[in-house]
Design a protein around this ligand. Structure first.
Ligand code: NAP
Length: 284
């Protein structure tokens, strides 16, 4: 008897989908793990998301999907179940297909935690400043609070920073700060994490902090990974501070997706290599 073909396909649901590094990263992961898998980027407009989800549910060859802008929150109500992490963060970046059920995961926090663990001084008791109050900021605040940091959140739209701080206060010490308190908070910070899109290729230009405003001795982390370095990380490196860009988080969140789909440890070196090559090719 001929059964369903084995699951070999993973897809990205995004809009637009053209500039994603995920196809290169996951293609390399499948190859290194000896899985005859394919990873396709699907450009799905918001109104087409329900139909795309139904297509995934009906695809016996599907391992799962990644979800990114603008679907990370709207996809929640279209799934059959959520992990506690996805529920807590209110966003899904990974879907796992089990039989014809679609399960929503969020690997952003675990990916960022793994990336920050690679710093010379990983987050622990101390002071952190998070710039931004969107989806990535939520994951960053959760990770830093769980590590024992006290966190100050600053955002262009201050009420969003206040709402984020209020939502995370049950995890640890977190307050929203306005522009007037930013310089001092950053100067004292052990970890400064930019989660805004400022400085991103094709996004708002420049640095998310005023010129000359940097931690006195802490590490500076920018979740943006294009360009390399970002204006913020260039300034931090010039000041002699430790820096980390968004590549480490990108690869570690992708590795957690790979494990959720396949049940196997992700081939991290192959994934880092593919992302580095794709970024170099894009700037060559
Ligand atoms: P999001 O939910 O849309 O949030 C965007 C944030 O950027 C908001 O806080 C927004 O402030 C702020 N912002 C946008 N334009 C700004 C401007 N001109 N000046 C000041 N602040 C501005 O996006 P997200 O999903 O959190 O992603 C944010 C960034 O993180 C993106 O660059 C994304 O590529 C990156 N990211 C990286 C990884 C990784 O694996 N490395 C993972 C996730 C996200 P307002 O609230 O005022 O609009």
């Amino acid at each position: 008897m001929v059964g369903d073909p084995p699951p070999t396909l993973a897809v990205l649901l995004a809009h637009p989908a053209g500039h994603s590094l995920s196809p290169a990263m996951h293609g390399a992961a499948f190859a290194a793990a000896g899985i005859a898998g394919r990873y396709e980027a699907w450009d799905v407009a918001p109104e087409a998301l329900p139909a795309a989800l139904e297509r995934l549910r009906q695809s016996p060859t599907l391992l799962g999907a990644n979800v990114t802008v603008p679907h990370k929150e709207t996809v929640l109500r279209l799934l059959d179940a959520l992990t506690p992490e996805a529920e807590r963060l209110g966003a899904v970046n990974t879907i796992v297909r089990r039989d014809d059920r679609l399960l929503g995961h969020n690997t952003d926090a675990i990916g960022l935690a793994a990336a920050l663990a690679g710093l010379a001084r990983p987050p622990g008791p101390g002071r952190a400043v998070v710039l931004g109050a969107g989806g990535a900021a939520r994951a960053a605040v959760a990770v830093l609070l769980q590590a024992g940091c006290s966190v100050r959140v600053h955002n262009r739209t201050h009420p969003r920073a206040e709402a984020l701080a209020a939502a995370m206060r049950h995890v640890g010490t977190v307050v929203a700060i306005g522009a007037e308190a930013l310089r001092e908070a950053i100067a004292e910070a052990d970890w400064l994490v930019n989660t805004t899109s400022v400085g991103m290729h094709g996004g708002p230009p420049g640095s998310p902090v005023p010129e000359g405003v940097l931690p006195a001795s802490g590490a500076v982390i920018d979740l943006v990974y294009r360009p390399r370095p970002t204006p913020l990380l260039a300034a931090a490196a010039a000041a002699g501070l430790e820096t980390q860009d968004g590549v480490a988080m990108l690869v570690h969140q992708g590795a957690a997706s790979f494990t959720a789909w396949t049940g196997r440890e992700a081939p991290l070196a192959a994934m880092f290599g593919a992302v580095e090559r794709a970024l170099s090719a894009a700037t060559a």
